[in-house]
Design a protein around this ligand. Structure first.
Ligand code: AMP
Length: 205
């Protein structure tokens, strides 16, 4: 799953996991849990994430390589937010062959608005809007929702610029390999999921 911050990659990935039982591998989630656990990885990643910059390629490549070696990934998996640079994509090809790259795209203004009102539940990984969680309670598991530290407007602008510079080239990269599929992230989560699901069904047929 490829796309700018706030386009809905994580939300759609969670729906795909539910429907197809594929392991959902989100480098953002892995890095955030390393930060919470205060591991060495977390400590080194935190400053980059807080500034809205990318964590160095060798660090994320290492954690993805390790994760893909686990048993549950033997029959397939869904990568969410990785690769994010051409270098990461090249490295990924050394140990995996992606079948499809789904670009979830949306206009910049919509992204800023969505991210500023995004709330997440660290306990279950749920993603919601501030309107759905006015009481601060996770509608999915009853946990406490929070706003991600990097979901402030200033950081979001940096993240969008970083996306344009470092991640957008991956669109051509996967288009040239014939595996890029595009979905415009408009309408409800369900509307977008219908389009994503149609692509997956084509692929699995
Ligand atoms: P996300 O949850 O996918 O929006 O990721 C949050 C932050 O984690 C990003 O802004 C980056 O700082 C870092 N991050 C996540 N995935 C990657 C990646 N593939 N390469 C570099 N940094 C990443």
């Amino acid at each position: 799953m490829l796309g700018p911050p706030g386009a809905g990659k994580g939300t759609q990935a969670a729906r795909i996991r539910e429907r197809y039982g594929l392991p959902h591998i989100s480098t953002g989630d892995m890095l955030r849990s390393a930060i919470r656990a205060q591991t060495e990885l977390g400590l080194s990643a935190k400053a980059y994430i807080d500034r809205g910059e990318l964590v160095p390629d060798d660090v994320v490549i290492g954690i993805v390589r390790e994760r893909l070696g686990e048993d549950d990934c033997a029959k397939g998996y869904l990568l969410d937010g990785f690769p994010r640079t051409v270098e990461q994509a090249r490295e990924l090809e050394r140990f995996a062959a992606p079948d499809m790259a789904i670009l979830i795209d949306a206009d910049a203004e919509l992204l800023v608005a969505r991210i500023s009102s995004r709330r997440v539940c660290p306990a279950c990984g749920g993603i919601f809007t501030s309107r759905e969680t006015t009481d601060g309670v996770c509608p999915q598991c009853g946990g406490t929702v929070i706003q991600r530290d990097d979901d402030t407007e200033a950081t979001v602008r940096t993240r969008l610029a970083v996306y344009e510079q470092q991640t957008r080239p991956l669109i051509d990269y996967y288009a040239e390999r014939g595996i890029l599929r595009r979905v415009q992230s408009m309408g409800s989560i369900e509307d977008v999921f219908r389009k994503v699901n149609a692509l997956l069904e084509q692929q699995l047929r």
